[in-house]
Structure formats: structure tokens, C-alpha cells
Write a protein that binds this ligand. Structure first.
Ligand code: RIB
Ligand code: CA
Length: 315
């Protein structure tokens, strides 16, 4: 079966790493053209270092391209309160021996997309700065993108504000470009990612398996649960994994085709993914498949199968 060409744009970040691991374990289905980094959870240098450290630890790599160090207009607000000082606290990685391949993710992404005969899927799990600038700078790539599977937004409630999710809030102007690009969007917003959660028992299971990857994931996820536990979460949403899991297994998700636009104001609605939910209005063409539900058992099963597969590959 023809592999799916994918580019992954991310800001690792604990859940970004879980998403990358899922993709790496499925290279029989995915042709990973490369991973690009964008400032978000932590500064650009730190999130890029985290990819380099992860690849060094795994002994696996894809091309790495370094993207934008800050949102298009807004000041960078990192997510260090969730992901720690390094952006990937909780596990001692080796010093990196893997280097980034390109210092300009926009050029890198353009070259990769245009080099493929088939269309590609663009997966984004951080602020959309790189993706927005790619589409605005090189509109010719639009014809080479089948759809964008992104983690971001929320139809009903936010996380960084009552109305906005972090990735969109961080760079609403970039998100506005992406959602109005004409490229089909599959949005893994908080509506679905809060149902794609891991539990403390699941993490203990990873600890019990105790392979090279499962051990790392258990330690990283234990750190990831700290913020969420303090916030009163009873379980822990693996947000970014949804954006990759959808590409691999659409059938475990349910969603709704909606017309979504992005609030780029400076009001309390900054960064809101505003969807037209009026059921009496028929939209000729919607721009977004908003995922709203997931079979969590299958989600966790497939994710753990990926981790265990990498454990075996790395023995
Ligand atoms: O709101 C969740 C998103 O913000 C995830 O992508 C997480 O990694 C952080 O970037
Ligand atoms: Ca992320």
C-alpha cells in the first residue's frame, strides 16, 4: 500500500514527543519527510534541542528543520508551566549527537512538498507560525497538501483562556492564514483531545513494561501529569497524539464538518476557533472537520502498540 507522505511541525513538548513516537513506529505506513520545530511550549532552541536529544536516544532520525522563533505578530508565551524548563522535563536524555538538517523550516517544507509526486499530509502540533508563513510565502505548495491534521483550537471551551486553546492563542494570525487557506483542515481540538487521555494506571503499565521507549514515556508522562493534577485534571489529555492518530486510523474518531474562523482580536476571545453551529444554516463548503469524539480504548491500544514496537526495534 502506498505510504502517506507526512511532514510534522511541532514544539516538543511531552505530547508532541508521544505523537512523534507514534509516527516513527508507523513508518511502514508513513513516509516521514521530516520534522520541523516551532517556538511554543518552549523557546525554539529548546524544542529543537529536544528533538535532537530524542533522536539521539532512539538512534532513529528523520530530517530536522528549524522554524520560527516567535509568532508572526504576537510575543512568544511559552508553555513552560506545563512542560518544564527544558520543555521536556522528566527524563534524562543523552547529550545530542544528531544535528538539525536545515535552519529554515519554511524552505525545507516547500522543497519536501514539491519534491513529492503524491500529495502530502501536513501534521501540526504546535503554534501554526511555520505553517501559516509557508502558505503565505509559497502558495504553490497548497496543491501538494491533501489536508492539514492539526492539534489546536476548541469548539466549546479553551485551556489558556475560557475560549482559546494554546496553539491557536499563541499565534492567531498564523492560524487565520491556515484556516482560510482553502486546504482541508482536520482539527483535533480540546473537544476530542480531552477524551484522548492517559490515566495514572496506564502510565504504571508503561513503567511495568520497562522497555527503552516505554520507560522513557513513563517518566516523561509522570512529569506531564504534575501540572494537570495540580489543575484538578483526573486524567491526562495526549493532545498532539490525536493529530497523528487520525492520519493512521480515522475510524476511531467522530467529527463534524464546520465552518471555522479564528478570532485575531485582543478581546477575551483572542485565539478562539469560532465555529458556525447554526443547524439551520447550510454552508456550501465548510473548511474544517472538527473531531469531537474518539474510541479511547483503541486510541490507547494503538499508542501503546507503537511504543512497544519501538521497544523491540531498539533492543
Ligand atoms: O493546548 C495543547 C497544545 O499546547 C499541545 O500541542 C501542547 O503540546 C501544547 O503545545
Ligand atoms: Ca505541541
Amino acid at each position: 500500500m502506498q505510504k502517506i507522505n507526512v511532514l510534522i511541525d511541532c514544539d516538543p513538548g511531552h505530547d508532541d514527543v508521544m505523537a512523534i513516537l507514534l509516527a516513527l513506529a508507523n513508518r511502514d505506513k508513513l513516509n516521514i519527510l521530516g520534522v520541523s520545530t516551532v517556538a511554543g511550549n518552549q523557546t525554539l532552541d529548546k524544542v529543537t534541542l529536544n528533538v535532537r536529544k530524542l533522536y539521539t536516544y532512539l538512534g532513529i532520525k528523520t530530517p530536522i528543520a528549524v522554524g520560527m522563533e516567535r509568532p508572526i505578530i504576537r510575543e512568544l508565551k511559552t508553555g513552560d508551566f506545563v512542560h518544564g524548563e527544558s520543555g521536556l522535563d522528566g527524563f534524562e536524555f543523552p547529550e545530542p549527537t544528531v544535528e538539525a538538517d536545515s535552519t529554515n523550516a519554511i524552505i525545507f517544507m516547500r522543497e519536501k512538498l514539491l519534491s513529492c509526486h503524491e500529495k502530502s499530509v501536513l501534521i501540526a502540533t504546535g503554534p501554526l507560525t511555520n505553517v501559516g508563513l509557508l502558505l503565505r510565502t509559497f502558495p504553490e505548495v497548497k496543491d501538494k497538501i491533501e489536508y492539514i491534521s492539526l492539534m489546536g483550537g476548541s469548539i466549546f471551551k479553551g485551556n489558556v483562556t475560557p475560549f482559546a486553546e494554546y496553539n491557536i492563542y499563541a499565534d492567531p494570525e498564523a492560524a487565520h492564514i491556515v484556516f482560510n487557506s482553502g486546504i482541508p483542515i482536520v482539527m483535533s481540538g480540546l473537544d476530542v483531545t480531552h477524551k484522548a487521555y492517559i490515566t495514572n494506571e496506564d502510565i504504571l503499565e508503561l513503567e511495568r513494561i520497562d522497555g527503552k521507549v516505554t520507560r522513557m514515556c513513563a517518566k516523561l508522562l509522570k512529569f506531564f501529569t504534575k501540572f494537570h493534577t495540580n489543575e484538578g485534571y483526573k486524567n491526562f489529555p495526549l493532545h498532539d497524539v490525536c493529530a497523528v492518530m487520525y492520519v493512521l486510523n480515522k475510524d476511531i474518531f467522530e467529527g463534524q464538518n464546520l465552518l471555522v474562523d479564528i478570532d485575531t482580536s485582543d478581546t477575551m476571545h483572542r485565539g478562539r476557533t469560532a465555529a458556525d453551529l447554526r443547524e439551520w444554516v447550510i454552508h456550501e463548503n465548510t473548511n474544517t472537520l472538527a473531531l469531537l469524539d474518539v474510541d479511547r480504548e483503541k486510541f490507547i491500544h494503538d499508542l501503546f502498540a507503537a511504543f512497544i514496537k519501538l521497544d523491540k526495534e531498539l533492543i
